[in-house]
Each structure stands twice: as structure tokens, then as C-alpha cells.
Ligand binder design. Structure first.
Ligand code: SF4
Length: 452
């Protein structure tokens, strides 16, 4: 059910441009610039730095009253100049914030002017995305940034131009598979996906790749832009892949995969995040079908260990009444896992306004209270009346958890008050196994009066 509240008190979502940063940061040598007020950049830099425990640079065009009245073109051009001089990026992702959207700046046009006027812009790729926070949440910001990125870059090769990509581990030039990470996950999750695909011997283009850029090793000479990310050439080449799979695209509106299908006739399969046995099996079945190759033996054993863990944990977690909240795809994956474990999700909530989510959640847990566009004040009301044993979601639910004396298992973004968000693995058989352990332990600790 969509929130009926007339005022937002404590939204269960974040600003729209924040989602775009997660995409731009997953591109090799790419810097993000917000066109809007300085405070937006400062707030989101801090927010992400606290979650990932990494420095996060986000430039700003720093619009002031003058820009608001006369337009922000001069500020944006100066900001782009400064970013190129200071960071020497190969790409700049430009996301708007509320002020730039309200005054109606035409960012693509300003960027075209900048490219025509400024020699420094010659070797830089610009990806602009419209992200008015009053219109949608960080999840939509993530989706539209990913789509715009592919729209800007993906190209068929020029006739006679040739290409060397698509080389699989077997040495065949065969067209790779685009693996789009359609929903916000952790660097550990992306590392897991890459390991799985490498062990399988598949040729793939994974986008966006935050495995290193949001979780970099300690180094003496820290580069201005973190190393790693999907190479721009790979993104260009995504137009030549033989298939696209969006992982975490179950209930999203058309995105990058749909664009590649429409524009380049690349078959597209949107899948849920592989959390829980069924959703993991769906990913494996899809890859087996696309490649004709069976999943490597080691992962079969991993699946068996997950089953064993589920059986072991069942006596602890079965019948536990839960409230699950956060990003749509993560919440659906968690809910599916809970139903597989015999748990009883009572509240399934997201801050995003997404009717497809409500439909999917109702199928998974028909007796639960489903909330979209949710506010924590509304979630708290439901928690207080439904005898909840465990809350599962971002740390922003902690005030509700404390007030209602319900333990909170922190899963997803943001997580500011516990360490290890970057290393939190929830995808695949292995990640699901860790989740089962954590669910069981949270309930045991709660029964023993331990930490919530
Ligand atoms: S709501 Fe708009 S103005 Fe406020 S921080 Fe978010 S993007 Fe910036």
C-alpha cells in the first residue's frame, strides 16, 4: 500500500543523485560532479564515506543565489574545468540536484557548449543524468544513471573497424554477456559475482563494477580517482554482446538492459538479486541456458552447504515474525529467503514508489503489510502492533528498533553505525548462507537479551 502520509517525517530512502554516484564510481577513471547546491555534494560524500569507510570525492558546481536567478551554465562549465584539471578523468558523470532541476538548466546543452569551447574536454566522456530528488529515490537515480551511461556509450563497431573483445576463456570470439548490476549491492557482492563468472569461464562485461573502487586496498600513493571500475571500452562494446542479464531487475522500470534490447536487439533477462535458494537457482539456470555450460562443481558444493545451513537454522528462525525494509530488490530477496526458512514476514516496506514491488511482495507473503513510499514513522506504527521479533534493513531503522525494543539486523545501504558494510556478502549461495547465519544469531542474541 502506498504511503498516505501528507508529510515526510523520516523517509525510508535517500536522495536521487546519491544512486547515480554508485554507478559513476563503478566506471574506470570516472569522476562525479553534482550540478546544484554545494550542500548536496557534502551531504552525500559524507553519507557514502561513512557507509563504505572510503574517501568519496563528489565535485559540485556550487550554485548560489546568482546561479539560481541567471542559470547555472557558468558554474557548471567552471566546475567541469576544475574537475578535468584536478583529477584528469576519462569520464565525468554529471547528476543534477534539486536546485538545478528547479531552475530548469539544460545540462546536455551546457555540456555540448563546453565541449565546443574547451580544448581540455577533448578526451573526456560526459554522461549526464537528471536526478531531481523531489521526484524519486536513490534507487531510481541508480537505474537512470546506468541507463544513460549505456545510452551514451554503447555502439556497434564501424564497418571494417574490427574488435578483439568477446574473447572467452576458451579463446573463442563469441560475444560476451552483459551482466548489469541493476540494484545497489556491496563491493563484496560484486567481487563474488566476478569470481563466479570467472570460475565458470564466461566472457562477460559487468557494469557497474564497484568491487575495488568502493573498497580499495590501503596504499601509500592514493590515486585521486580509485583504481578499478568497468573500462569505458567495455561499456562501448556492450552493444555487441550476445545477451544481457540484469541482476536485481525484477521490479524495476525499463533500464539499461531494455535499452540494449531495443536499440541493438540483444536479448535481455531481468532477474531478482540472487538471495535465497530459488533466486540463486534462477541466476544459475539462466547462465547455464545462455552458455550451455554447467555451473562449476565448487558452487554445487556451496549450494549444498547452504541447504545444510538452512536445515540447521530452521529450528531457530522458523515462525519468527519479521519487518523487512529498504531497497526494493534487496527486500524482495530477503523476503524470499525468509519464506524459504519458514519465517513470517509481517511488514515488507520500501521508500521507493514502485507498484511492481508491491505486487511481487504480495505474492511472496500474502498476509504481510506491504508499504511503498514508506516513511519510518509509518513502519514504526506497524512494528508496534504486529509483534515483530526481528527487523531487517538499513541502519536508519535503528530508532524504531530501539523504541519498540526489537533487534535490528543491518542489511543494505546505509549502514553507518557498524563496520564492514563493504564486506557484507549477501548474494549467491555463499552470501545467502551468511545471511542465514546472521538471521539465526540475531534471534538467539535477542532471546538471550544480547546486543540488538
Ligand atoms: S533533497 Fe535535493 S537539495 Fe536536498 S540534499 Fe537531496 S538533492 Fe540536495
Amino acid at each position: 500500500m502506498l504511503s498516505k502520509s501528507l508529510a515526510t517525517v523520516n523517509p525510508c530512502s535517500m536522495c536521487m543523485p546519491m544512486g547515480s554516484v554508485l554507478v559513476f564510481r563503478g566506471i574506470e577513471n570516472c569522476m562525479t560532479l553534482f550540478h546544484g547546491s554545494q550542500g548536496c555534494s557534502t551531504y552525500m560524500r559524507l553519507y557514502l564515506a561513512h557507509h563504505f569507510r572510503e574517501p568519496v570525492d563528489i565535485a559540485s558546481s556550487a550554485l548560489s543565489e546568482k546561479g539560481a536567478v541567471y542559470g547555472g551554465a557558468a558554474n557548471l562549465k567552471q566546475g567541469l574545468r576544475n574537475v578535468i584539471k584536478g583529477y584528469n578523468p576519462k569520464a565525468i558523470g554529471i547528476a543534477t540536484t534539486c536546485l538545478a532541476e528547479t531552475i530548469g538548466d539544460d545540462v546536455p546543452q551546457i555540456v555540448r557548449e563546453f565541449q565546443a569551447e574547451e580544448p581540455l574536454a577533448k578526451d573526456v566522456t560526459f554522461i549526464s543524468v537528471s536526478t531531481p530528488s523531489y521526484a524519486a529515490s536513490h534507487e531510481v537515480g541508480y537505474r537512470v544513471a546506468l541507463k544513460n551511461l549505456v545510452q551514451t556509450l554503447a555502439r556497434k563497431p564501424e564497418p571494417g573497424g574490427g574488435r578483439t573483445s568477446g574473447l572467452t576463456n576458451n579463446g573463442r570470439i563469441d560475444g560476451r554477456i552483459n551482466i548489469l548490476v541493476g540494484s545497489i549491492v556491496s563491493p563484496a557482492d560484486v567481487r563474488y559475482l566476478k569470481r563466479l563468472l570467472d570460475d565458470w569461464g564466461l566472457g562477460y562485461i559487468l557494469l557497474p563494477d564497484i568491487s575495488e573502487t568502493f573498497d580499495a586496498p590501503l596504499s601509500e600513493d592514493m590515486p585521486r580517482i580509485p583504481l578499478g571500475g568497468t573500462p569505458l571500452d567495455d561499456i562501448r562494446d556492450s552493444a555487441n554482446s550476445k545477451a544481457t542479464v540484469t541482476i536485481g531487475g525484477l521490479v524495476q522500470e525499463p533500464g539499461a538492459g531494455d535499452f540494449l534490447k531495443k536499440e541493438f536487439e540483444i536479448p535481455h533477462t531481468p532477474l531478482p538479486l540472487p538471495i535465497g535458494l530459488e533466486y540463486c537457482d534462477r541466476l544459475v539456470a539462466c547462465l547455464e541456458e545462455l552458455t550451455g555450460e554447467a555451473m562449476p562443481e565448487g558452487y554445487e558444493r556451496e549450494r549444498g552447504r547452504l541447504l545444510d545451513t538452512m536445515v540447521d537454522a530452521h529450528k531457530i528462525v522458523a515462525d519468527a515474525r519479521t519487518a523487512v525494509f529498504g531497497d526494493t530488490e534487496t527486500v524482495l530477496g530477503l523476503t524470499r529467503l525468509m519464506t524459504e526458512l519458514g519465517m513470517r514476514p509481517q511488514i515488507i516496506a520500501t521508500g521507493a514508489i514502485n507498484p511492481a514491488f508491491a505486487e511481487a511482495a504480495a505474492k511472496l507473503a500474502p498476509d504481510s503489510r506491504i508499504m511503498t513510499g514508506a516513511d519510518y514513522s509509518e513502519i514504526a506504527e506497524e512494528v508496534s502492533t504486529r509483534g515483530i521479533d526481528l527487523m531487517v534493513g538499513p541502519f536508519t531503522g535503528r530508532q524504531t528498533a530501539k523504541k519498540e525494543k526489537v533487534p535490528l539486523l543491518r542489511v543494505g545501504l546505509p549502514n553507518h553505525d557498524r563496520f564492514g558494510a563493504s564486506h557484507q556478502l549477501m548474494l549467491g549461495y555463499e552470501g545467502t548462507m551468511h545471511l542465514v547465519d546472521r538471521l539465526a544469531n540475531a534471534l538467539i542474541e535477542s532471546k538471550e537479551g544480547g546486543p540488538a
